[in-house]
Design a protein around this ligand. Sequence first.
Ligand SMILES: NC(=O)c1ccc[n+]([C@@H]2O[C@H](COP(=O)([O-])OP(=O)(O)OC[C@H]3O[C@@H](n4cnc5c(N)ncnc54)[C@H](O)[C@@H]3O)[C@@H](O)[C@H]2O)c1
Length: 486
Amino acid sequence: MAEILIPIHLNIAIMDKKRRDLLKLSGLAGIGIAGSSLVPQLTQASIFNTMAQANPSTSAQTFNMCGFAAAPIDNVRIGFIGLGNRGPAAVERIKLIQGVSINGLCDIRKEKADEVLKSLEGSAHHPQLYTGKEEEWKRMCDRADIDLIYIATPWSMHTPMAVYAMNKGKHVCVEVPAAKTIDECWQLVETSEKTRRHCMILENCCYDFFELLTLNLARQGFFGEIVHTEGAYLHDLLEGNFSKTKYYDLWRLKENLRNGNLYPTHGLGPIAQLMNINRGEKMDYLVSLSGNDFQMGKMADELAANDAFYKPYAGKHWRGNINTTIIKTQGGRTIMLQHDVTSPNVYSRIHKVSGTKASALKYPLPGKIAVGHEDWLSEKEMQELENKYQPPIVKKLGEVAKQVGGHGGMDFLMDWRTMDCLRNGLPLDIDVYDAALWSSIAPLTEVSVANRSKAMDVPDFTRGAWKTNKPVDILLQKGGDTKVIS
Ligand SMILES: NC(=O)c1ccc[n+]([C@@H]2O[C@H](COP(=O)([O-])OP(=O)(O)OC[C@H]3O[C@@H](n4cnc5c(N)ncnc54)[C@H](O)[C@@H]3O)[C@@H](O)[C@H]2O)c1
């Protein structure tokens, strides 16, 4: 039997005890837990897959969080953790929404929290600050007068923060990706089910205008059967990742020592919704392939030659620059995902939809739709289509969102919709199963890449509930009454 390589950070040794016990139960005890980096610790390909499933046959869903509606919260009291590049922009947007109170701001760097506090001067918000210590965020989560924790920290902190916050009775909105390992994905699911707290991944691209249009078109049957979709994150971050100041403690650069599709959710979120994944459809397995690194190692070595600061990054094995992953669904459809954050590409998330009756392609912008092989629809035809099929959230708030901004407005649509659902006691559009599934793609690709593109089973985090879960509501039939403060 061929050996399977497991990257060390996905090592069974760092798994939650409960899942290690499950593996023992399923007769897989005695697996070697040794080694430094990519070591052949596990001797059967099936073991990782068993690990990934965390053996759903022995652990049933305790409560279905898909479609779960918490009690309405008229005034949503929020604590923010992480006020670097992304966090302050979220605070700026949230403060424009009716019925929210920003009660806490946390960043390990005091100056970052101070800056955001200053930006709130003269507003109705008077948050307490939590700074200076690695675990100050816990004190904020411990407070009784906070309903929601909004997390925009480096990736490795997402799950520990989200799990702690849910255990303290808070709903959670967590930046992408929500988790870095399969074990963390299961921790999110199990904690959300146990505490009945929302755990939403802040996948803003689900709220971009063309993506929402194609979602509604899919719902109306415009594409016919959806046969194939594509998504990507093609965004040149090479210089930014090596910057000494752009990301806290160069956390984002360090993530690139992993090899796979590290950031799948921007491309995947919208197409997963469009294909009703977790809600009538499910991913079955994936294969993933990365080429070599042609850029990061060279840059690290060049920088280190002239600047001792970069010496720890020289001579390392960096992520293959371009990763391509293909996923097959239970219903026999396919998804292609790409990840490339080093090549000088024009920014793209691809967003391609191939159906039996029509197709769509967002990038290169502007987004295009076709109903045959001859050509894309004309500008006029596109306009007519948009007028007819733009979903209610865009009709209601699209213009306001464009003025507020945040990636062209999608960030504001996401925040407004989330606050409106919480205030009206409605299910959130994106639940913990989406957070876990979309995030799980990264560790699954890492193992596939390390094993000559071996097929990896994709865990069913819904543990069978996908068969009956209902698609996301995009009609704004309930709620929609939360005002924007001008
Ligand atoms: N959805 C999007 O479009 C989008 C865009 C950019 C970033 N992001 C995500 O947002 C997150 C943050 O990215 P960023 O660019 O703002 O990174 P950043 O490094 O600028 O910010 C992270 C912040 O977390 C703080 N922090 C670190 N350790 C902490 C601790 N123990 N307690 C409290 N605060 C701590 C840092 O001081 C820093 O200010 C990432 O998950 C990233 O993937 C999402």
